[in-house]
Design a binder for this molecule. Sequence first.
Ligand code: ATP
Ligand code: MG
Length: 504
Amino acid sequence: MTISVEGLAALAVEIQNGLSRSDRFNRMIGSIHHLLQCDATALLRYEAQHFKPLATAGLAPDVMGRRFKIEAHPRLEAIARAGDVVRFPADSDLPDPYDGLIPDRHELHVHACVGLPLFSGQNLIGALTLDGMNASQFDEYSDEELRVVASLVGSALNNALLLEQLEKPGYAFTPDARQSGGDSSEMIGESAPMQQLKKEITVVAPTDLNVLITGETGVGKELVAQALHQQSARAASPLIYLNCAALPETVAESELFGHVKGAFTGAVHDRTGKFEMADNGTLFLDEIGELPLALQAKLLRVLQYGDLQRVGEDRHLKVDVRILAATNRDLRQEVADGNFRADLYHRLSVFPLQVPALRERGADIILLAGYFCEKCRLKFGLQHIALSAATSNMLSHYHWPGNIRELEHAIYRATIVAQADARNGDILLMPHHFSLDNGAEVAEVMPIAETLPQQNLQDATRDFQRQYILRALQASDNNWAACARRLEMDAGNLHRLARRLALK
Ligand SMILES: Nc1ncnc2c1ncn2[C@@H]1O[C@H](COP(=O)(O)OP(=O)(O)OP(=O)(O)O)[C@@H](O)[C@H]1O
Ligand SMILES: [Mg+2]
């Protein structure tokens, strides 16, 4: 069997098909997966020493959230270095980055594996990986044929990357302008609320408006502040961080505005305040809701007039600072309660950005879980960390009061627990490795596979439906219409089902 010319032609046409970028990549990978009869296929983008999945077929959904650091994955490193088709011997000892990530197969020891590096001119821009369960299944494809596939996919990827750069507001177009950093401040998430947030960031970042970032604890407000700064014209100047909650009132003023030697007992040197440090750049005032009222007045004056005085000095200093502020409090309520100045609130919230809670981000939960699995794997030097199907299910339905920070900690903790019963660094995270807030309640729904046949299928299914609906209802504040939307059901059908299950 070789690759048919018709197949290649169809692929070439498919690649040109418009629609959205992710859709195009998904269709492209779908065609390749089918054309080459792979069991797992992935298109990866190369950026700052990492491979980042753009589309996959035959792999667990959390793979899309993983960022593969090249030096930590010998196979990917080999592909990145090769400059041409790489065929790994079926019995290769090199660990496969997808081991444990092909649904229903937790081991992938002997298999066919081919990597195709993708180039734009001399530059590596990505890779295509092909995995098959049958050790010899790619032998029939000649290097020549695989190169044709690689060059089709490579040019499609290159076009997509160039378009993406052109569409970025505020960026000068140079082929080398691709950001590096690889990067700890990437905002993972493709859900509708995240796409909306990213769009708003892109719109407001290049303006000089102050931004108030709100959202529950752990949703990623700090990352939003970093993104705003990085996408602004001030990106080359510093982003200065100040946590207002950690400021004792007595030192707060000199922290913000600086002081001169002798201004007060203990002021033995001149000191530059955060405002001055942030001159021409951005000042990020985290937990702004905790700022004492007296300082709010002083902050307001700087925002109004753009000048400040160091403590103990008469001279006024002019500063040009953009303010980003964040809080997990309801600042409007704080204003109503008299804890926060209304005039300052209005100055800061010229452009409010609300960061959505994790429970509202749907499939992002699994992307983020994958992202943290990969980070955790690196940190602990483990071979693999994969999520069992029951675990993915459990994580997807948990309500995450601590949001992304809680998810990150949950993955780390579960990995430590799971290490006890793992062999050779191969970790499969199961529901019982987690101790989520209402773990007991979650556990009764999820590990169906572990409590096999005590009931017939119909009763078990009804039980599951009952609990699942109750959970969704709870997460929707007992609003049946919202619950139906969450379950992607017609409200009338949900109503009937709920009656049949004796929930109504
Ligand atoms: N979209 C995301 N992708 C990847 N990591 C994220 C994302 N959002 C948040 N994180 C990570 O989750 C953790 C918590 O985020 P962050 O500190 O920004 O939360 P926060 O909103 O400032 O919370 P708090 O109000 O408690 O200060 C950080 O480690 C951050 O890197
Ligand atoms: Mg924070």
